[in-house]
Ligand binder design. Sequence first.
Ligand SMILES: Cc1cc2nc3c(=O)[nH]c(=O)nc-3n(C[C@H](O)[C@H](O)[C@H](O)COP(=O)(O)OP(=O)(O)OC[C@H]3O[C@@H](n4cnc5c(N)ncnc54)[C@H](O)[C@@H]3O)c2cc1C
Length: 557
Amino acid sequence: MFNSRLDPHQRENALQALATQNFDVLVIGGGVTGVGTALDGASRGLRVALIEANDIASGTSSRSSKLIHGGLRYLEQYNFKLVREALQEREALVTSLAPHLVKPVAFLYPLHEKIKDRTYVGAGLALYDVLRGFNRALPWHKHISQRSIAAIAPSLRPDIVTGAIKYFDAQVDDARHTMMVARTAARHGAVIATRVRCQSLLREGKRVVGATVTDIETGNEINISASVTIMCAGIWSDELHEKFGLKAGYEVRMSKGVHIVLPKSAINSQSGIILKTPTSVLFVIPWNNEWIVGTTDTEYIGDRSEPLAGREDVEYILNQANRVLQPKIRESEIIGVYAGLRPLVSRKAGASTSKLSREHTVDRPTPGFVSIAGGKYTTYRIMATDAVDIASKELKRSVPNSVTDKLPIVGADGYTALMQQIPTLQSESGLGAATIEHLLNRYGSLISELLELIVDDPSLAEKLHPSFPYIKAEIYYAVSHEGARSVDDVISRRTRLTFEAPENAELLVAQIAEIITPILGWNKKQKQHSMDEYMAIVARERAALAAVFEDKSAVSS
Ligand SMILES: Cc1cc2nc3c(=O)[nH]c(=O)nc-3n(C[C@H](O)[C@H](O)[C@H](O)COP(=O)(O)OP(=O)(O)OC[C@H]3O[C@@H](n4cnc5c(N)ncnc54)[C@H](O)[C@@H]3O)c2cc1C
């Protein structure tokens, strides 16, 4: 009946529907909270629309550490409820909701002092393992001797690392997962349109009855009629509350987190590494042929749409990582850097919010309008359920309970079996085993749609670039099924080439534009505009990085 495909034709239909239909719920914002909310509402049988000002996951949801975790540091704050809840979400995502996208990842927690350290950290990690309850998809933590560390992670300095504890968490390509949740929402009937910005709210008396939005691509204005509007705008929440003349019970502070990206050769370890820092923790996370190392946590005031890393951010990461690594990471080894802004909620003095818990807040500042912000990526499904539960009170009928805890996202169905059928898929498609595995871990059972594209045009089986696993069919599919509408969408979020291969930007941009132009129906000028737009982002990032590296003292000796 409904289809998960997001393509130019679907967008046209969505714009038409936004202008003509009455919705139960309008969701503003296509980050993980927004798409989760759209899925929660649609799968309860509600008529849902979602608008996103830019691209799906173009805000914080593409710039995280990409960990699905309970958050070890919350244990030190005795926030056991939050940890337990997040660990249960982790378990569900790894086993049933998104096993094709959310994968276990091992971390070493280095110890510096033989007995006290091991007892304290060991007890913490035992508690971390116990809090997940009876479901145990991920292995139990394990004590590692100094001798074993030499084999697992020769890059850890033996003079100061006396042992380690190995434990497991999970990781995800955040932008890809968010887009797949959006497709699942579409599959259940949600009307989704990107490049559509909410400008103002429609009101009848005090009640919000929808919103006026602008199609960024044409400049057309649309009035959307909805019984309740749910704003999931993350770090844009304060700005929008003010613009809409609403007094919310909470405010959102922005905290900047920076990551650096290194080639696999920079660190010799078979496992991720977590380090306790004076203020928080630093992760060394395996990512395809790279390492992602971060993050920082600093107050941020500035342009929300394009946060950039500063010299002090990179310096901090290098200095913290180099405390335990040998050889030390050199700044010249850094291949990419990205920054994101955490939406941190705090209650306004004297205000009463509908719900303030687990670090996220749901508020209903006026009838017909609910807003939610804060939380973490891992708990997006719980946030979405809370938001729809509160919004449902605005609908004059009974609304069923959320079913998303039992609703796998598209591509999950049949994934485990397909992983065992790689040889068959290989002989049927003519693709190599590594490419089939790469595709299964990005598309799950939707791999069949990519293989069909290759049957129609065998040239799409070619690799985009010999150094990277992506094939041309993925670039085509990003636009024909995954809602990408620009070179930036494809290079930054449908693939992660933006931080995996920044030095190849010029070459990749031209190739990607060539593949997507016919599907988007671009003329020469539109094609050039999209390429220029992305290269302008690259130029700004390169300028920021150049400023970072100007000061050679960035690496401690
Ligand atoms: C550095 C860093 C590391 C992190 N690491 C982790 C981690 O490892 N694990 C974890 O669980 N969490 C992590 N987080 C937290 C997690 O990433 C965020 O909590 C989550 O992504 C927030 O999602 P969101 O949907 O609320 O916000 P966003 O993703 O920012 O989405 C808000 C959306 O609203 C849209 N919007 C704004 N204004 C309008 C408008 N007028 N009209 C239409 N749309 C609009 C924006 O374009 C944006 O796409 C991390 C965060 C950061 C910054």
